[in-house]
Every structure is written in C-alpha cells, then in structure tokens.
Design a protein around this ligand. Structure first.
Ligand code: 0X9
Ligand code: ZN
Length: 368
C-alpha cells in the first residue's frame, strides 16, 4: 500500500566537550527541573507544537555553543516556522579561525550545510519527532561520538521540525488524518493545499489534483502557501551552502530522490543513489530495518511540485531526498505509528543522515 492511501572518540574538534555546560538545569513543560540527561523524556510521546518549540529553546539553552533558534517565516494562521541551527564552529575563537585560514589545506569560505525538514504533511507525526531526535543527538553527542563530531565539523545542520505547523496542530485537535495546510481557498468550502504539490517545478504536471477538496490539491497557484514560500526563500537564500536537503515524511521506509515529477533518472542519479545507499545501509545496521531507495516516481508514484524536486531542480542542491520513515509499506499502523517507534526511528534515521554526510566527506561526488 502506498503511503498516501493510508566508536571511539579520536577526532580533534574546535569545541571541546567540556566547553558545553552539560550540568545545566532546565525546566521542562511539566514544570519539573531536570538535567540534560532527562532530555530523552520528550521522545516518549508525540508532542504538540508549543512543546516542540519549547524543547528547541531548551536545546539552545543547554548547548549555546552549538545551537541557535530562528524563525524563517509565519504560517497562514501566523504560527512561527522555527529552525534550529546547529554549528560546531559557532564558538570558534579568533585565534582558531586565523589558524584555520592560514593553513594551506584549509578550504576557504563558509561551512556547507545539511538542511532537514519534517512535517510537511500534518498527519505524519513520526517525522517531526524524528527530526527533533536528530537535533537532540547532534547537540548531545558532539565531542563524544566520533562520526557525529566529524560530520558536524564538516557541515552545519539546519532543522525545521514542523514545516506545516497549522496542519500539525489541526491533526492533534480535530482530524488525525489531516495532511494539508490550513489556508482558505477562494470559492471553495474546502480548506488547505498539499504543500508537497505546491513547489514551482513542473507544478501540476503529475500526481496532483485541481480540486480544492482533494488530498493532493496543488493550490490555486505554485507557492500559494506561506509555508512553502518560507521554505523556498530559505533554500534559495542558502542554495550555495546547502549540499544536502532531506525532507522527512512517513510512511513506507524509503529513501527517495528526484525525480518525483516524472519517471526516469536525474542526470546525477549515480551520486544521488550512492548517498542513499550509504544511508540505507547504516539504517539497516542499527536494528535491521529495511529501507528501499530509488527515484521517487519510479519507486513510489509520479507526483509533481514536491520540495525535493525543487531543491535539486531549481536550487541546485545536489543531494536532495525525501525519506519515508517507519512503518514499512503495507503496515496497518500506517500514519499511526506508536510513540514507542519515536526513539528507534530517531536513532536509525540519525545513523542514516550521518552516514550520508560521511559519504560526502569521504567520497565527495564520487559514487563509491
Ligand atoms: O506524495 C508525497 O508527497 C510523498 N509521499 S507521502 O506519503 N509522505 O505523501 C512522496 C514525495 C516524493 N517526492 C516527490 N514526488 N517529489
Ligand atoms: Zn508526506
């Protein structure tokens, strides 16, 4: 059934682990004081948007040298679209910067970025939870886990865990199966646009609907939605820096890449495939979870106006992916994954993302 129908530390890093205040006390939404060891509490259930935003603040407060929070825009209902920027070089001293730029082998220019979003589709609750777990893992394991330290020293990570917060909240309060945004449509009683049909790349060419009441309504025009415009603007503004774009969805256990709008292969298919293969292998190594990989129109179905196609086709971001998380295709759980899946999904997806970034560090655009 398709998802739509239902090591040891050896690396020298610029920021020593001791520089991070691991003993800081934080206040959880429950009102209790907890140490950062209790940050895992958040992943015992699916959280509402204010909790997600609070938790982002907590991470930035606990790891000020690594994480900062920003809003990249507002939704139709005027909620913030918040990102967490995770950078190991934020606190690099002037002396370290001078040393780096004086080194003959140093690559000049700002650090490249990995951009991850989640929750483009409201009901896919495992995606925002998994994105938050990735953020948590990066900040809490920097300087402790050699692979995470290595990828964070090579890339800044920017994570937008709730890309469609109006829909996400609506799926908590009114309709658990809500997929779209919550914008009103002229001359229609139906609400909302499928954000993953609203990007301006071969817009409306396949797998979309012109009917406002449909689940895959492409919108009255491309980028009709403030949420997709905000994401577009951020990707365009940072297109030279972003090397990897990953959009987390559920479900089906697939690591997908362009094209989505038509069957066939992108000209960079070998590179896209090599990185997807590395990610899927790393996922399998954690708990044995099987992910398929391939161009999404071939593996899943043709659907135009998706964020991944826009990232590659318009922004020129070379490694653009849509990841369909747990459960497997055909599972009766479908979008209703149990909260007990959050942590395993978080752990295996983090392993996939880290392996993909490591593959770029080690092999660049080569395929092996
Ligand atoms: O249909 C979608 O938007 C995605 N599947 S989902 O079940 N999460 O809705 C797949 C999108 C793949 N990418 C493109 N078609 N561009
Ligand atoms: Zn989706």
């Amino acid at each position: 059934m398709c998802p739509l129908s239902f090591s040891s530390f050896t690396h020298l890093s610029p920021l020593s682990p001791s520089a991070i205040d691991a003993n800081a006390k934080i206040t959880m939404r429950s009102g209790e004081y907890r140490s950062d060891k209790d940050l895992e509490w958040f992943f015992s259930d699916f959280q509402r948007l204010p909790s997600i935003h609070d938790y982002m603040d907590q991470l930035a407060r606990l790891y000020p040298q690594l994480a900062t929070i920003e809003s990249i825009g507002k939704t139709f209902e005027k909620r913030d679209l918040r990102i967490i920027k995770i950078s190991s070089t934020r606190s690099t001293s002037r002396a370290q910067k001078r040393f780096r730029s004086s080194r003959k082998d140093s690559k000049s220019g700002p650090k490249k970025m990995v951009f991850i979003d989640a929750g483009i589709h409201a009901r896919e609750w495992l995606a925002p939870a998994t994105a938050m777990y990735i953020a948590y893992s990066l900040v809490s394991k920097y300087g402790k886990d050699s692979s995470i330290t290595r990828v964070m020293d090579a890339f800044d990570f920017v994570i937008l865990p709730a890309a469609n917060p109006d829909g996400y909240e609506y799926s908590h309060t009114r309709d658990r199966m809500w997929r779209k945004t919550r914008s009103t449509i002229a001359n229609s009683r139906c609400v909302g646009v499928d954000p993953n049909r609203n990007f301006d790349f071969h817009w409306r060419e396949s797998g979309t609907s012109d009917r406002p009441c449909a689940e895959t309504y492409a919108g009255p025009k491309a980028f009709s939605e403030p949420e997709t415009r905000a994401l577009r603007d951020y990707l365009l503004k940072n297109r030279q820096l972003i090397r990897v774009y990953i959009s987390l969805h559920s479900y089906s256990q697939m690591w997908l890449y362009p094209w989505g709008y038509r069957r066939g292969y992108a000209s960079s298919n070998a590179q896209l495939e090599a990185k997807a293969k590395a990610a899927v292998k790393a996922i399998k190594n954690v708990y044995g979870t099987n992910f398929k990989y391939g161009p999404s129109a071939n593996v899943l179905y043709p659907a135009a106006g998706g964020s991944d196609d826009y990232a590659l086709g318009v922004c020129g971001i070379p490694y653009a992916y849509t990841v369909e998380l747990r459960p497997a295709s055909g599972s009766s759980q479908a979008f209703l994954a149990s909260p007990t899946e959050i942590k395993p999904s978080g752990v295996e997806t983090t392993a996939g993302v880290v392996a993909l970034a490591l593959h770029i560090i080690e092999h660049g655009d080569k395929t092996h």
